[in-house]
Design a binder for this molecule. Structure first.
Ligand code: PLP
Length: 396
């Protein structure tokens, strides 16, 4: 009876399918089962020591009380400086707000900018929460399937989806779950369309500094006159292995950010005070630790793509982020059935592609952030399990 009184908007939200895998793996690990974990999207590195040290000092100094709602001026200035270095865009500190990770930042942006009936075009497959955030605002998520051959944007298909209700395009490059990095040429075409149809761009740049083989991920806000219609969401979770710290930021022109800041205040009051001290250190220090981490991901990426090649499983080489998204269509199983098979038969945890939207069915997402040896062992077991599955199918 009580359940009937719960908001329909909340009832419509679906729990993250990744959390489901996470819980399953957690239970198996608790029972002592050794799992090779390719399911979780976080760096298996510790947060750099200097960041932890500065945070401890902040605690000792008594930074344990409420602070400004949009974040400390020191951190917002450090963010503006970092954005200028990395993306070449100028922001004043008051065009930035510090958020509880990219999650809060994107949620409040979507709730601030969208009204019921608005449409948002989102490349599909897509990060697990996007659709829920959009529907919570009463708006409609319009999936834009990525091209199967290379997971690039299909601009002709994008044009077909724009109508008078379209309010926003949500981009995520480097892309979770495919590892695709959208090309400069395609972004230029989106720039033109967004100006022609007066659209917002929400640009999720959480993996921007994680790219391979000299591939560069461009921020769409860096194109001429694009800052005024773009909201950048970024986070410390991936770049600095700080996912558990829950800190990120939004950058957008004053007229937009000041509106988002109101909802931010109503939602969280202010971000965690002492954590901001660690985050400021993360940005102001020599960035060698980021380069070192990406170098190690490069090694793990090579390992995984060599093995997938050997197993003759089709995939597109990831250019960024830390995921590869191979096709499992030949096995005639749904992506969820295939993921369950790998967990049971190979003790390898992956995320079914269907978790990322309709275009993800027929694929699985492998994250290559686990320790090298764990990936190596998991791939060996996966090769045997896949060999068995292929044999079974021949004998059917
Ligand atoms: N956006 C993308 C594409 C992600 O993959 C993630 C996390 O995996 C997030 C946003 C949210 O990250 P956080 O809230 O930890 O900053």
């Amino acid at each position: 009876m009580q359940n009937m009184k719960i908001s329909q908007k909340v009832k419509n939200l679906k729990p993250s399918p990744i959390r489901k895998v996470f819980d399953k793996v957690g239970q198996l690990k608790k029972r002592g089962v050794k799992i090779s974990d390719f399911s979780i999207g976080r760096p298996f590195f510790d947060t750099p020591a200097i960041i932890k040290e500065e945070t401890k000092k902040a605690l000792e100094k008594g930074m344990v009380h409420y602070a400004g709602s949009s974040g400390t001026i020191e951190l917002r200035k450090a963010i503006a400086r970092r954005i200028f270095i990395d993306k070449g865009i100028e922001y004043d500190f008051d065009e930035i707000i510090v958020t509880i990770g990219g999650t809060e930042g994107m949620f409040i942006t979507i709730q601030t900018l969208l009204s019921p009936g608005d449409e948002v075009i989102v490349p599909d497959p897509m990060y697990v929460y996007y659709k829920g955030w959009i529907s919570y605002a009463g708006a409609k998520c319009i999936p834009l399937p990525l091209k199967e051959e290379d997971f690039s944007l299909d601009i002709e298909e994008l044009k077909k989806r724009i109508n008078s209700s379209t309010k926003m395009i949500l981009l995520n490059s480097p892309h979770n779950p495919t590892g695709s990095v959208f090309s400069r040429q395609d972004l230029e075409k989106i720039v033109k369309l967004s100006k022609e149809y007066d659209l917002f761009i929400l640009s999720d740049e959480i993996y921007q500094r994680i790219t391979y083989n000299n591939c560069k991920a461009f921020s769409i806000a860096s194109f001429p006159e694009m800052k005024e219609r773009t909201i950048i969401s970024d986070s410390f979770s991936k770049t600095y292995a700080m996912d558990g710290w829950r800190i990120g930021y939004l950058a957008a022109p004053r007229e937009i950010i000041s509106q988002i800041a109101k909802l931010h205040q109503h939602t969280i009051s202010c971000p965690n005070t002492f954590i901001q001290s660690g985050a400021t250190t993360a940005l102001n220090q020599d960035q060698q630790y980021v380069d070192d981490m990406v170098k190690e991901f490069t090694r793990r990426r090579e390992l995984i793509i060599d093995c997938l090649d050997k197993m003759k499983i089709p995939f597109v080489e990831p250019k960024g982020a830390f995921y590869v998204f191979p096709s499992i269509r030949e096995f005639g199983l749904s992506s969820e059935e295939f993921a369950d098979y790998l967990l049971e038969e190979a003790r390898v945890a992956v995320v079914p592609g269907s978790a990322f939207g309709n275009s993800g069915e027929g694929y699985i997402r492998l994250s290559f952030t686990s320790p090298y040896e764990e990936i190596e062992q998991g791939l060996k077991r996966m090769e045997i399990a896949i060999g068995r599955l292929r044999k079974d199918r021949i004998n059917l």
